[in-house]
Design a protein around this ligand. Structure first.
Ligand SMILES: [Zn+2]
Length: 396
């Protein structure tokens, strides 16, 4: 256990690169690891031999004599390390523990008051993690790390820049609050960036080194992935697509600007519109169901929203020309009544692509695997697996 900890965290050792490559992918062949790490095939083969002898790396099918074949699928020994992901949500905290093969070992949801404090959250996470670790037979300090996902942009050192979802958390230092209660490395990121990491690890973007994720849910968010890494920007607020200004004279937004994309597209705006029209409360799940069925009011609302969302995505597409758009969030679960006008609008507003030149790639458009809230908590686990967003290395 000590050894995998050291390897996992050592950025310079070739063996550390291989261990992190396997942690990110869950399972891979020697050839895939060579490509992912940039290490030569013979170097990979030698290191894998040592790691296998130390039982850090195993054959996925459990056989012991297949090693060395280039097509043999390998993984880290699941007993060698565990990672935890924490979602700090609205009125709830969810904590998942996975092993190194990406198998979920424990998944707990805890309901709290909507205005829970950072201290409440850290105490709750500590208590629950201790209990969850006991259940799976390890101690909490043996975790390779804890990833924390929060619905707010974060600075690189884990300070909450602002928050619509948890307003009292603006300015909170996540490292300071959590590191005094947890005895392992800490990572933190905003929920849309975590969503992209979840899709890269378990979902629609496995093996995709470059893509753009657009998340349409109660709010609007996104992520830009370049060379297998989430782009964070100069202060951590990259890809806040919900705040692309479409109309400088439009409604005021909490960010301080006017006419932001989310003011036309966010689920909480759409359900308010639906409520005003039909005169009774509507939940986001009801909205999604009725829009999917094509009920008249909902269909018009979602088509108008898709037109605006595609306009925003067209701007992103023109600037980045990405190979892939991944559409996430509950509104994507509406299906074709949202996705078809969205893709049409995207292709109308993006720089027209050379579709008649054979063999030339053009941006693809796919739906995410995670359309509920699972992307965020699984992405929090992936923060540790992919060593992204570290805010504290050891207890303060
Ligand atoms: Zn805004």
């Amino acid at each position: 256990m000590q050894e995998i900890n050291k390897l996992f965290l050592d950025e310079d050792l070739p063996a550390g690169r291989l261990v992190r490559g396997l942690a990110a992918s869950g399972a891979a062949t020697a050839a895939q690891l060579s490509k992912a790490t940039g290490l030569g095939r013979s170097t990979v083969s030698t290191i894998l031999g040592d790691l296998r002898e130390a039982r850090i790396v195993i054959d996925v099918d459990g056989r012991t004599n297949g090693f060395g074949r280039p097509s043999q699928l390998l993984s880290l020994n699941p007993d060698m390390g565990r990672c935890a992901g924490v979602l700090l949500g609205l009125g709830e905290i969810r904590i998942v523990i996975c092993d190194m093969t990406h198998t979920v070992l424990s998944d707990v949801q805890i309901h709290l008051s909507r205005d829970y404090t950072p201290q409440d959250a850290a105490d709750t996470v500590r208590r629950s993690l201790d209990a969850q670790c006991r259940t799976i037979g390890i101690s909490q300090e043996k975790l390779l790390g804890v990833g924390i996902a929060i619905s707010a942009p974060l600075s690189f050192d884990g300070k909450v820049l602002n928050s619509d979802v948890l307003p009292s958390w603006a300015g909170v230092d996540i490292a300071e609050i959590f590191a005094s209660r947890l005895d392992c490395p800490l990572h933190a990121e905003n929920e849309s960036h975590c969503g992209a990491l979840a899709e890269m690890t378990w979902g629609a973007a496995i093996g995709e080194a470059d893509f753009v994720l657009c998340k349409f849910d109660l709010g609007v968010g996104g992520a830009i992935v370049r060379d297998n890494a989430v782009v964070r920007g100069v202060n951590g607020s990259a890809a806040e697509f919900g705040h692309i200004v479409l109309d400088p004279q439009g409604p005021h937004c909490r960010c301080g600007n006017r006419g932001c994309l989310k003011g036309h597209v966010a689920g909480d705006y759409l359900i308010r519109l639906a409520q005003d029209i039909i005169g009774e409360p509507v939940t986001i799940d009801q909205f999604v169901e009725r829009a999917a069925e094509g009920q008249m009011v909902y269909r018009r609302l979602i088509e108008d929203a898709a037109e605006k969302a595609g306009w925003g995505m067209g701007i992103i597409g023109t600037i980045l020309n990405p190979p892939l758009f991944v559409i996430a969030g509950k509104l994507a679960a509406i299906g074709k009544n949202f996705l078809e006008p969205l893709e049409r609008s995207l292709r109308r507003y993006m720089l027209p692509q050379p579709e008649n030149v054979s063999g030339l790639p053009i941006p693809r458009f796919v739906v995410a695997r995670f359309l509920g809230n699972d992307d965020t908590v699984m992405g929090a686990v992936a923060l540790v697996l992919r060593q992204h967003g570290k805010i504290a290395s050891r207890p303060m």
